[in-house]
Write a protein that binds this ligand. Structure first.
Ligand code: UD1
Ligand code: MG
Length: 455
């Protein structure tokens, strides 16, 4: 029988810990993984449960976190007296809650929606457990809380490392931190938890033994060790980033993209790739990139806030900045930077150019070294280049300026006035040539040098 998970879920995410080992001015949960804060990763994984309400427990002064998690609410815990005390700080929001309360940690950002669904489903099982714990078997159990099973193999209690006997410390099954509670039972558990332990803290983990003492069953769901990786230091942040990148690469390949050297490609949490996209080595995606089908992104490109239409070829060594819109079958070549500019279908910007605040028409050809001079030190101005226009190499387009459809700009021009459609504009100086001048110059210099040597 499929467990009933239609009952509402309330989400509580604990994030009041100071995270001193990060040595940061920012709250720990604001640190980013694949371009997004840890706390948002957790909130988004939990969104799969469509929580009725989400409350993030923070320490005083963590206003940044409140802004980051909105519309989720925040509750302030002060002082921080343990994980059960932290849940109790959110109590005002939990009054009258029905169904399940899911408690997660803000610094465990790799937890997946699938695991949270399993946790929620276990709570809705026919025997209606009062508490469900997420367990895992880490390679090295370190200082994690240990899950103590009874003789029937059911979860009996959780013992924190600091309280554990030598024998209990040999247990490999550990507490990942995430727990689901029967919403109506939770207030009673919070009332019953004491702080008579090694740290003098209110341990949420004591809820397990307490629920059993109240005659309720408790259950355990086992998760993957990678998913419950806690981030307490910059080194652990890097480990979490690596795990997440691996997932994102796998998802990209599963979705039909070819990654010739997957390990060297960095994705953002929200990178969207079409089918038959080919990505070369050392490509970095910042947030907000959407790539359509059949696009090739060659080695060493950096993309952020950019849209790339089907069939386009990018790079090698290209930089697409926010607002870059690359049209169908367009080519963006090496050492080209595009910012807030639309490049029309079939247009080519193949070498050493900066195109910013611009609209480039279909099939226009932008020669090597073309620069849109978009900024006058105060404001940004627009450059318009018409369809089929040809911009000669090393052209400076002083914006605001517009080049009509089909116009040709001579190489080396500085274009500060609008150019009509199908016109030729050349602004460089005339070609001056003096036959034999260089040879005469060298001969004169040689004579002077010889005279000096004789002195
Ligand atoms: C906790 C568990 C332990 C588990 C481990 C998994 C308890 C008592 N222990 O231990 O069984 O193996 O996580 O990583 O729950 N927090 C607050 N307010 C507080 C204390 C903590 O908001 O007063 C938050 C922290 O910011 C953090 C989370 O709760 O996000 C866990 O706290 P932490 O101090 O890391 O608990 P551990 O000792 O690691
Ligand atoms: Mg911890």
């Amino acid at each position: 029988m499929t467990p009933d998970v239609s009952a509402p879920t309330t989400l509580v995410i604990l994030a009041a810990g100071q995270g001193t080992r990060m040595k940061s001015r920012q709250p720990k949960v604001m640190h980013r993984l694949a371009g997004r804060s840890m706390i948002r990763h957790v909130l988004d994984a939990a969104a799969a449960l469509s929580p009725r309400l989400a409350v993030v427990v923070v320490a005083p002064g963590m206003d940044q976190v409140a802004a980051e998690v909105a519309p989720a609410l925040t509750a302030v815990q002060e002082p921080a007296l343990g994980t059960a005390h932290a849940v109790a700080a959110a109590r005002a929001h939990l009054a009258g809650a029905q169904g399940g309360v899911l408690v997660l940690f803000g610094d465990t950002p790799l937890i997946t929606a699938e695991t949270l669904l399993r946790l929620r489903q276990a709570l809705a099982a026919p025997e209606r457990p009062g508490v469900v714990v997420l367990g895992f078997r880490p390679a090295d159990p370190l200082a994690y809380g240990r899950l103590v099973l009874d003789s029937d193999g059911n979860l009996e209690r959780i013992v924190e490392f600091g309280e554990a006997t030598a024998e209990e410390r040999t247990i490999g099954l550990c507490n990942a931190g995430a727990m689901a509670f029967d919403a109506e039972l939770l207030p009673h558990l919070l009332d019953g938890i004491r702080n008579d332990n090694a740290k003098g803290e209110y341990y949420l983990t004591d809820a397990v033994a307490l629920a059993r003492a109240m005659g309720r069953t408790v259950a355990m769901v086992e998760g993957d060790a990678d998913e419950v990786l806690g981030v307490n230091s910059r080194a652990e942040l890097a480990v979490a980033e690596a795990v997440l990148q691996k997932r994102l690469r796998q998802a990209a390949m599963d979705g039909g993209a070819t990654l010739t050297d997957p390990g060297s490609v960095q994705f953002s949490w929200d990178t969207r790739l079409g089918r038959d996209v080919v990505i070369g080595p050392n490509v970095v995606f910042g947030p907000g990139v959407v790539v359509a089908d059949d696009v090739e992104i060659k080695a060493f490109c950096h993309l952020e806030g950019a849209q790339v239409a089907s069939g386009a070829v990018i790079g090698p060594f290209a930089r697409l900045r926010p607002g870059a819109e690359i049209g169908q079958d367009a080519h963006i070549g090496n050492f080209v930077e595009i910012k807030k500019a639309s490049i029309g279908p079939g247009a080519k910007v193949n070498h050493l150019s900066y195109v910013g605040d611009a609209e480039v028409g279909a099939k226009a050809n932008i020669g090597a070294g073309t620069i849109t001079c978009n900024y006058d030190g105060f404001d940004k101005h627009l450059t318009r280049i018409g369809a089929g226009a040809f911009i000669g190499s090393n052209t400076a387009l002083v914006a605001p300026v517009s080049v009509g459809d089909g116009a040709i700009i001579g190489a080396g021009s500085v274009v500060a006035r609008d150019v009509a459609a199908d016109a030729l504009a050349v602004t460089r100086g005339d070609h001056v040539e003096k036959p034999g001048w260089a040879a005469r110059f060298r001969a004169a210099k040689a004579r002077l040098k010889a005279a000096k040597a004789r002195e």
